[in-house]
Design a protein around this ligand. Sequence first.
Ligand code: CU
Length: 159
Amino acid sequence: MNHETRDLQRMCSTMARTGLLACTLVFLTVACGDAVPEVEDDGEPRVFFEQPQDGETLTSPVMVVFGSENIQVGAVPDEVDQPREEVIHYHLGFNADCLPPGTVIPEADPWIHFGDGGNEIEMPLEPGQYRLTVQAGDDEHRTLEGLCETIEITIEPDE
Ligand SMILES: [Cu+2]
């Protein structure tokens, strides 16, 4: 490889990097500026299912993805002196409803804790109807006012 080729490669990768940066900036400007959010953002924290959608009919396995707004999602620290106020982790309730605020979510069926800060899980499911609940918990796995959503899905046989 001669000097010219290397210089060209360097120039291209620099352009790619700056191009990407410019794109990111444009994206951020749009995302933070004039974009109209799908859901009215009133600043209230919430958790929800990004997928599947409520009422959806699917085949197994089901990819479940949680989303959140106006609240930070993170891993539970190894040692908890005082639960952090602004950081939650997700819990999936399988055929379960939202627990009342202030409840410690059991580390047992039907609850799955996402204590590593994760937000997705692939679930193999037999055909049938299911109720899925995503509920936020603090560092002590305690439920918080309003941070819960339940959806219903139907699994069809995979032909
Ligand atoms: Cu938990």
